[in-house]
Design a protein around this ligand. Structure first.
Ligand code: HEC
Ligand code: HEC
Ligand code: HEC
Ligand code: HEC
Length: 228
């Protein structure tokens, strides 16, 4: 029952956040119509993989020649999102809402913990919930990716630092609506979410990646018109 309820909440949330986007974004996106739901989130839901936790990603993605991503993540607030719930500010927010222990409350954990609303079967038995907003909150469940990469690493040797292509559906990249499934007005301490700006704060490219693949929609045309 509780799970069903939280799923409903999430569905509601997606709608609320879409409404917020729709009402503040006047000009239509240039290339594609504004999507009301996160395509990334939909793909993640359809994936057969389970959540394995950030520690599993560390062995490969903390290497210097791969961008030292794990260490970068530990410097982001995302990795401390659970500790935040135990702080004074959080306790004060909780008090106002009649929540005694925010760090145990579904109302808070659904955004401050990874895969909180996912059923147990979708989490590996070693998956740790105490690391806040982990890699898989943005990249989806990673068991299939870890397995595939371990097999590939055994099968062939490549130069250290090589950038490999990953098949679609093995692991995912986030989109704006995925971020907004947490960064929305349902959050008691919501601050305006400007996608491009926020992305730059958390971006972690592979050193050999020439161009980012996740970018805010272009508004080029509008600017050119203003110039003329
Ligand atoms: C056994 C090693 C290994 C492990 C463990 C691993 N990865 Fe990867 N991952 C790779 C390799 C290899 C690539 C290809 C890019 C590269 O060469 O660095 C990659 C690429 C990715 C990409 C980019 C996908 C794309 O479309 O280009 C993401 C996102 C990613 N990994 C996330 C994760 C997450 C999240 C975890 C933990 C759940 C994880 N990885 C664990 C080896 C690994
Ligand atoms: C699962 C929920 C969730 C998702 C998904 C999520 N965030 Fe967050 N984000 C949070 C929470 C919770 C915090 C606050 C953490 C804290 O202060 O303890 C946060 C904080 C941040 C911050 C401030 C962090 C800092 O280190 O200064 C940035 C920037 C940010 N998020 C960007 C993003 C972007 C961009 C995306 C999508 C690619 C995203 N977030 C997706 C929950 C989420
Ligand atoms: C809808 C998702 C969501 C829910 C639900 C949520 N949070 Fe958050 N929380 C966030 C995000 C996202 C941030 C980062 C703030 C930002 O950058 O907008 C955050 C930040 C915070 C911060 C740090 C504020 C700061 O200025 O650094 C505290 C404290 C906090 N949340 C407490 C709570 C408590 C307590 C609850 C439950 C009553 C809760 N949150 C529920 C998403 C959520
Ligand atoms: C708040 C969301 C968020 C979190 C948390 C997060 N990532 Fe990412 N990650 C992104 C975004 C956005 C991109 C796409 C960057 C681009 O290409 O523009 C990305 C890209 C990547 C890539 C591909 C880099 C490339 O250029 O090929 C890898 C690998 C990766 N992340 C691994 C991780 C690992 C490992 C963790 C946890 C230790 C993690 N990410 C945590 C949002 C996140």
């Amino acid at each position: 029952m509780a799970k069903f309820h939280s799923n409903l909440l999430i569905a509601g949330l997606a709608l609320v956040s879409f409404a917020a986007v729709a009402s503040t974004t006047q000009e239509p996106a240039e290339q594609e119509p504004v999507k009301k739901e996160s395509v990334a989130l939909k793909n993640m839901k359809a994936s057969k993989s389970v959540y394995v936790g950030a520690k599993k990603c560390k062995s490969c993605h903390n290497k210097e020649d791969r961008g030292g991503i794990y260490d970068k993540w530990t410097e982001m607030k995302h990795s401390h999102a659970l500790e935040t719930l135990k702080g004074d500010e959080s306790i004060a927010i909780g008090k106002e809402l009649g929540i005694e222990k925010p760090w145990e409350a579904a109302e808070c954990l659904k955004c401050h913990e990874t895969a909180f609303s996912e059923p147990k079967e979708r989490k590996h038995k070693k998956f740790k919930t105490d690391l806040g907003v982990q890699c898989e909150s943005c990249h989806g469940p990673g068991s299939g990716h870890v397995k595939a990469r371990l097999v590939a690493a055994k099968a062939e040797k490549v130069e250290p630092g090589t950038l490999r292509e990953i098949e679609k559906g093995e692991i995912f990249l986030p989109d704006e609506m995925l971020c907004r499934s947490c960064h929305n007005e349902e959050s008691p301490s919501f601050e305006k979410f400007e996608f491009g700006e926020r992305l730059e704060k958390i971006r972690h490219l592979h050193p050999k990646r020439e161009k980012p693949r996740v970018v805010p929609p272009k508004k080029k045309k509008v600017k050119e018109e203003v110039k003329q």
